[in-house]
Design a protein around this ligand. Structure first.
Ligand code: HEM
Length: 186
């Protein structure tokens, strides 16, 4: 087998931390309805903490991407496979920026925000977006509901693109027998 072209250790660490954050956030958001109000509150607070952290990690990942050239795809990838992978990667970048941003806007327009301060992991006080938090009450209610809906619809798009990304990687690795997963490991 020829030498596998790999991502750098920084890119690999950011990739898997962001993946873990997104996975946990989907679970926390989709399952909190099955728990008591008190437990759901804890799950949503954790969801917000992880989401803000993911936003920071995504910014670092974008800086990495702008300052590094990723390893080329293996030579035997078909043109349509390269196009599909590139499309999924750009869609993923867009979605992993927009998911936390829309969640944060939704939360900044929360009318009871003052009674529920945003404290990351119950330790680090964090800020709401002041422009949104200072809107008049009627506009705030509208923005809260609009961005809640956008956050939900983007999550549906995320499920589709994430599934394509994971299935594509598994196809290359297990069906085409290309050393795909090693590219994003260690
Ligand atoms: C990694 C980034 C994030 C992902 C993948 C994510 C994903 C999701 C998903 C899948 C839902 C459920 C949508 C539905 O079924 O209606 C949701 C709901 C929600 N998200 Fe996020 N989110 C992220 C970041 C954030 C951030 C940064 C905040 C706020 C600071 C936030 C606040 C919320 C709130 C308040 C809800 C409604 C929870 C509920 O009442 O059940 N999210 N999110």
């Amino acid at each position: 087998m020829s030498q596998v072209e790999k991502y750098t250790k920084t890119a690999v660490a950011l990739h898997w931390l962001i993946a873990l954050g997104i996975f946990l956030n989907i679970i926390l958001a989709d399952l909190n309805g099955y728990f008591s109000d008190a437990t759901a509150r804890v799950m949503i607070d954790l969801h917000k903490s992880i989401g803000i952290t993911v936003l920071g990690l995504v910014i670092l990942r974008i800086i990495w991407r702008l300052t590094h050239t990723p390893p080329p795809f293996p030579a035997d990838y078909k043109p349509w496979e390269k196009l599909a992978a590139h499309t999924a990667h750009y869609a993923l970048y867009g979605l992993i920026v927009l998911m936390p941003l829309t969640g944060w806007i939704h939360d900044s327009a929360f009318k009871q925000a003052a009674a529920h301060p945003l404290i990351l992991f119950w330790t680090i006080p964090w800020f709401r977006i002041s422009y949104i938090a200072n809107l008049d009450p009627a506009t705030k209610t509208y923005v809260h509901s609009l961005f809640g809906d956008i956050h939900t619809y983007l999550s549906y798009a995320l499920y589709v693109v994430l599934s394509a990304h994971i299935l594509g990687a598994l196809k290359h690795h297990f069906i085409d027998r290309q050393p795909e997963l090693q590219r994003m490991w260690k």
